[in-house]
Design a protein around this ligand. Sequence first.
Ligand code: PXG
Length: 287
Amino acid sequence: MALQVYISGNWVDREDAKISVFDHGLLYGDGVFEGMRSYSGKVFQLQEHLDRLWESARAIQLQIPGSKEEMATAVKETLRRNDLADAYVRLVVTRGSGTLGLDPNRCCNPEVIIITDKIALYPQEYYEKGLELITAATIRNHPAALSPRIKSLNYLNNILAKMEGARAGCVEALMLNHKGEVAECTGDNIFIVRRGSLLTPPIDAGILEGITRNVVLELARQQAIPVAEIAFTRHDIFIAQECFLTGSAAEVIPVVKLDDRMIGDGVPGPITLRLIKAFAALVHSTG
Ligand code: PXG
C-alpha cells in the first residue's frame, strides 16, 4: 500500500499528497514545522513538539486549525495507517493559498500536513568514531531579523550553511551568531565538555530551543554532571575535552574535529558516551 499522508483532515496516497502552488508556504516560506521521531510506535516528546509548533505559529501570527489534542490524534493515526513503529514524523502548517503578494491576511485556509516515513539515520560509524564539522561562513539569522526560535519553513539560512559543510565533506556545519559566538549547527544543537562541565549556548545566542537539547540537559542533571547554558566561541570548542550534537534525527552524536582541528583526544569522550547511553535508555523506556 502507498504511504499515507495527512493533509488538512484527509489521508491520501503519497502521489496525491499535493497542495496549491498559491500556498504561501511555497511562495514565501510562510509557515512552521516540526521534525519528530517515534520509537516503538510512540512519538518521543510529542507534547513538547506540539507546544513548540504552536509557539512558532503564534510568533508568526498563524492560527493552527484545531487543537493540540486533535493534532496528536492525527499524528498517531498517520503512524497507524502506515504501520510504522520507528519513524520520522514531519508536521507542517502553511499559511495557505492566497494572492501573489506577501499579505498573509489574504490567506484564509492554513494547510496542516503530517508525513511519516522510515527514518534515514546517520551511518553508525559516526556514532562510534564521531563527526567532523566545519564552521560555516554563513552566520545564523540575526534574532531581530528572523528569530531562530521560530521553526519556520524558511530554512535557507541553514541550507546555505549545510551546503558549505557538504562542500568540505561534512554532514553538519557549525553556525556562529552575529556576535561571533557559537550558535548551533544547521539542524542540531551543540554541547561541549570543559573541565567536567557540560556547556551549551543559551537560547539568546540565537538558536532553536531544541527538544533533544532540553532532554540531554535534564539527563545530565540527573547524572550529577554540572551543566551551564553559557555563550562561548570556537576557541572554547578547540580547547574542549569533548563535543557532541543533539537533534531529533541525530539523537546524540559525538564530534571529534572542527575545521580540521582535533577536539580532545579525537574520539568520543566518556561524558558523551554516558549521555548517548542514557538517551538510548530513555527513548526505549518511555518511547
Ligand atoms: N537546531 C535547528 C536549526 C534545528 O532545525 C535542532 C536544532 C534540534 O532540535 P530538536 O528539537 O530536534 O532537538 C533542529 C531540529 C529535518 C529535521 O528534517 C530537522 C530537525 C529535526 C528533525 C528533522 O531536517 N531540526
